[in-house]
Ligand binder design. Structure first.
Ligand code: PMV
Length: 348
C-alpha cells in the first residue's frame, strides 16, 4: 500500500510542515487485531471537528535517526520513546525516513489518554506530516491511502481520522472500496438525517487510563469471547449500516449503545480483567436512557476506551440535549465543567 516512490530519496535540506487532524468516535468499535495492525472486525466512526491535534514536524538531514518530541509545551519522554520506535520501524520500509533528526511539537485541544481517541488524532496528524515529508523527499505526492496506512500502523483508529463525516475501516462486503489497510469515507452513502451529527463529550475523568488500548487489543487474542465478539461486531456493523443508509436514528442508537457496552464487557472479562468506567459513567448512562424515554429526544451514548461519555444526537436536538446536560449531567464531570461540545465538521 505504500507507494514504491516513497522508498526512494533522502532528505537534502531542512524541512518543516504543520498539520492538524481531528479525533473520531466509533459507533461500532474495533477491538482486536490481526497481522500488521489490521482490524479483527470492521468499524465505523464519526469524525469530530473541535477535538484535534495540531502538529509541527521539523526534519534536518543527518546520518542517523533521532527525535525530540514536545507535547503541550513540554518534552514528553514517554511519547518520544514510542514515536522513535514507530519511526525506526517505518524507516526499515521507507529508508528516506532514517537519515534525519526530527523535532515534533504537538498540542491537543482536549485531554490525552483519557478515551477521547487522542492517539487517533495525534497519529493521524503525524502521518499527514510524514506523508508530506516523504512526498517532498521522493518528489511525489502525499497519497491519502498511503498516509492512511502510516496512520494505521501508529494507531489503528487513526486512519479513520483522515476523512471527515462518517468513516469505515476494515473490509466488509457491505461497503464498496472498504479495506483493512485504510479507511473509507462513507458520508455520501449515509442518509442526510445523520449529517451534522453531534457529540457531547462528558469528561468524567481526564486522568490517564490504567490500561492502554494496545494492551486491551492484545488481550483479545486469548479472550474467551473473541470469536463471539467478532461475529457480533460484524452483525452490529451490518445493522448500523442499514440504520445509517435508511436514516433510522433509533436503530443506529441502539446498536451504538450495545456495541459500547460490549467493548467494556470485553475489558471486564479479559484476564486480567479491568474496568475503565467510573461511577459517574454509569450514572450518565442511566440518566441518558431515562431522559430519552421520558422526552423522546433521540440522544444515545457511546464510550471509547476510558470513563468519558459521548452523547450522540441529531443537530436538531441540540437545544434540548444542552439543557439536559447542564441540569442533570455536568455534576458527574470533572470539576462540574468537563464538557466538550463537538460533532461532525462541515462537509466540503
Ligand atoms: O486506535 P487504537 O489502536 O488505539 O484502538 C482504539 C480502539 C477503540 O478506540 C477503543 C475503538 C475504535 O474503534 O476507535
Amino acid at each position: 500500500m505504500l507507494p514504491e516512490l516513497w522508498k526512494t530519496g533522502r532528505l537534502a535540506t531542512d524541512f518543516k510542515v504543520d498539520t492538524t487532524a481531528p479525533a473520531n468516535i466509533a459507533w461500532v468499535k474495533y477491538w482486536g487485531k490481526k497481522g500488521p495492525q489490521l482490524p479483527a472486525n470492521p468499524s465505523i466512526s464519526l469524525t469530530l471537528s473541535e477535538s484535534r491535534t495540531h502538529t509541527t514536524l521539523e526534519a534536518t538531514p543527518a546520518s542517523d535517526l533521532r527525535l525530540e518530541l514536545w507535547f503541550q509545551g513540554a518534552r514528553e519522554e514517554k511519547f518520544e520513546a514510542k514515536t522513535l520506535a514507530f519511526l525506526t520501524s517505518l524507516a526499515a520500509e521507507l529508508p528516506g525516513l532514517g537519515h534525519a533528526h526530527y523535532k515534533i511539537t504537538s498540542r491537543n485541544t482536549f485531554p490525552h489518554s483519557s478515551g477521547i481517541a487522542s492517539s487517533a488524532s495525534s497519529q493521524a496528524a503525524l502521518a499527514l506530516a510524514l506523508g508530506e515529508l516523504l512526498a517532498h523527499v521522493s518528489g511525489s505526492f502525499a497519497d491519502l491511502k498511503a498516509v492512511g496506512s502510516i496512520a494505521r500502523l501508529g494507531s489503528g483508529s487513526a486512519c479513520r481520522s483522515l476523512y471527515p463525516g462518517l468513516v469505515s475501516w476494515g473490509e466488509t462486503p457491505l461497503i464498496e472500496g472498504s479495506s483493512d489497510l485504510h479507511a473509507t469515507d462513507v458520508t455520501s452513502q449515509v442518509h442526510a438525517n445523520f449529517h451534522g451529527s453531534k457529540d457531547c463529550i462528558l469528561i468524567v475523568s481526564s486522568k490517564e487510563k490504567s490500561v492502554s488500548s494496545r494492551a486491551g487489543h492484545g488481550q483479545m487474542s486469548a479472550h474467551p469471547y473473541a470469536h463471539a465478539r467478532f461475529a457480533q461486531a460484524n452483525m452490529h456493523l451490518s445493522e448500523m449500516w442499514s440504520a445509517l443508509t435508511s436514516g433510522d436514528w433509533q436503530k443506529a442508537g441502539d446498536v451504538m449503545e450495545a456495541d459500547a457496552l460490549s467493548l467494556h464487557a470485553l475489558m471486564m472479562t479479559s484476564r486480567p480483567g479491568f474496568v475503565l468506567l467510573e461511577a459517574g459513567s454509569l450514572e450518565i448512562m442511566r440518566l441518558v436512557r431515562l431522559f430519552r424515554q421520558e422526552s423522546q429526544v433521540p440522544v444515545y451514548f457511546t464510550i471509547d476506551a476510558g470513563p468519558n461519555m459521548h452523547l450522540i444526537y441529531p443537530h436538531e436536538a441540540h437545544a434540548k440535549v444542552e439543557a439536559f446536560v447542564r441540569h442533570e449531567l455536568l455534576r458527574f464531570t470533572e470539576n462540574g465543567s468537563g464538557v466538550i461540545w463537538d460533532g461532525m465538521g462541515a462537509l466540503a
